[in-house]
Design a protein around this ligand. Structure first.
Ligand SMILES: Nc1ncnc2c1ncn2[C@@H]1O[C@H](COP(=O)(O)OP(=O)(O)O)[C@@H](O)[C@H]1O
Ligand SMILES: CC(=O)N[C@@H](CCC(=O)OP(=O)(O)O)C(=O)O
Length: 303
């Protein structure tokens, strides 16, 4: 082995050693990964995300994937001769759109299961309708009727826990049941947050199409690496957060305030962003922390 080869091998070993305290910390802990955006459209990135989740499972974590597929739903809505319509980031979902959304989300769901199975991971793809997991009320947006869009009112975790107990990796798509027994379309960020809260996840990671949260959206140097819930609320009140980041950040605050220790917004365009965030000392993206967690989170990590 040449000196250069030896240095490269030592570097790899160092990375593995750096991961050790994180592996110990998260052993048998539940991590919910909200998977959507560009990382879902690009086939190469998709494989890398699934490899990351497979690795988390194989080193002893209990990952759960909650996925979206908004871009693919829009593409099929267009193919069907309709125009996708959103109000405040939520898809206006009439009967034909609901049918397309359910078909597309189920297709995406099974494609993720296939990728995991290819890597030897026992995965089970379900929707929020299975086992009565996600029960919803009809959601109104600014008082407007936006069709079959669900506001989650309860999460029954029985099926998720059964799957985890039998060593399956649950892959969940955001469709729920209303009291009228109709299927409802749920924003995938809302579904991920509600599920993470209900199962008492240690971590919730949102993979999205941007580096993280910017203090000033027009200044790309203003990326925030850590935000307490108080700071996040101040930021929301300051009006510098817009678009899809508004509900995402609100979901982050909701998750942290309801027992999820650490919530991350990660750039899904970066290959292996999940591994980089979880297993390295630097971390990437924006972490939203409770005041307590901020003080104690790294206290027991010894490198
Ligand atoms: N201050 C901000 N920091 C980061 N993103 C912001 C900010 N304000 C608005 N945004 C917008 O929020 C978007 C992320 O939300 P969204 O597109 O809904 O993500 P996803 O499709 O992954 O759920 C970003 O692409 C960006 O355009
Ligand atoms: C009500 C509502 O808007 N539902 C979303 C569900 C999918 C989703 O959220 O996908 P991403 O996470 O990839 O955006 C939709 O129909 O697009």
């Amino acid at each position: 082995m040449t000196t250069i080869d030896m240095k490269e091998e030592l570097y790899k070993a160092q990375i593995l050693v750096e991961a050790l305290p994180y592996i110990q910390k998260f052993n048998r802990k539940i991590i919910v990964v909200k998977y959507g955006g560009s990382a879902m459209v690009d086939e190469d990135l998709k494989r890398k995300v699934i490899q990351d989740v497979a690795l988390l499972k194989l080193v002893g974590f209990k990952p759960i994937i909650v996925h979206g597929g908004g871009k693919e739903i829009s593409s099929w809505v267009k193919k069907s001769g309709m125009e996708p319509k959103f109000i405040n980031g939520l898809r206006v979902t009439d009967e034909p759109t609901m049918e397309i959304a359910e078909m597309v989300l189920n297709k995406v769901n099974k494609s993720l299961v296939s990728l995991l199975e290819e890597l030897g991971i026992k995965a089970c793809g379900i929707s929020g309708k299975d086992g009565g997991m996600l029960r919803v009320d009809k959601k109104l947006s600014g008082g407007e009727d936006i069709g079959f869009v669900g506001d989650i009112k309860s999460v029954d975790t029985t099926l998720i826990h059964s799957l985890l107990k039998d060593d399956f990796l649950p892959v969940i798509c955001p469709i729920g049941f209303g009291d009228d027994h109709h299927a409802y379309n749920i924003n995938a960020d809302d579904a991920a947050c509600a599920i993470a809260r209900a199962v008492g996840a240690e971590k919730l990671a949102f993979l999205t199409d941007i580096e993280g949260v910017y203090r000033d959206f027009n200044d790309k140097d203003s990326l925030i690496s850590e935000l307490s819930t108080t700071e996040a609320k101040d930021l929301l009140a300051s009006g510098t957060i817009g678009g899809g980041m508004l509900p995402k950040l609100n979901n982050c605050i909701d998750a942290v305030e309801n027992g999820v220790s650490r919530v991350h917004i990660l750039d899904g365009r970066i290959p292996h962003c999940l591994l980089l965030e979880i297993f390295t000392n630097k971390g990437i993206g924006t972490a939203i922390l409770s005041e307590e967690a901020e003080k104690f989170y790294n206290a027991d990590i010894v490198c």
